[in-house]
Design a protein. Sequence first.
Length: 183
Amino acid sequence: LADLRDEKDSRREKVVEFLQRFAQTAFRRPLTDSERSVLDQMSTVDEASDEAVVRRVVLYVLSSPYFLYVDLTPPSQAPTAYTVASRLSFALWDSLPDAELLAAAERDELLGVEQLERQARRMLADPKSRQKLQGFFAGWLEIGQRDLAKDKDLFPEFDEAVVADLRESLEQFLDQIVWSDAS
């Protein structure tokens, strides 16, 4: 918004375009006609400043169940390609789908096993997957939550450097198990 000029007519149009892109990114799929209509109505309040419109729409989007929950598809209904993209990105990255994954969803390429596997392999090659899995293991094994202190009289060599080495060794061991070709 900082780049928008003071041209009042085109400024509001650009604000609305920005808010629609923001909502589409947050919902991880194209907006429905009714969602566009709601955003348009919220954005066309003449007496509201552009900042007030942005604040109102951002709060609306961030409190929407379509942002808060990864999947609202009823179990009886087949998931859409966008739902599959969201599930995959949150499962492997803990993040929104990237542009490539959304483009594949737009082309309905995520409903086939081969295309889904290709995207999953691409995503697993990204460092975000490794970070997510390291975070999972750190939580599961309670790394950092357990005190590794030892009795200094019994173990005089056990210091912070040894603790750091043990943690590094564990991370390398887990990486070897999960990411090596032999696993």
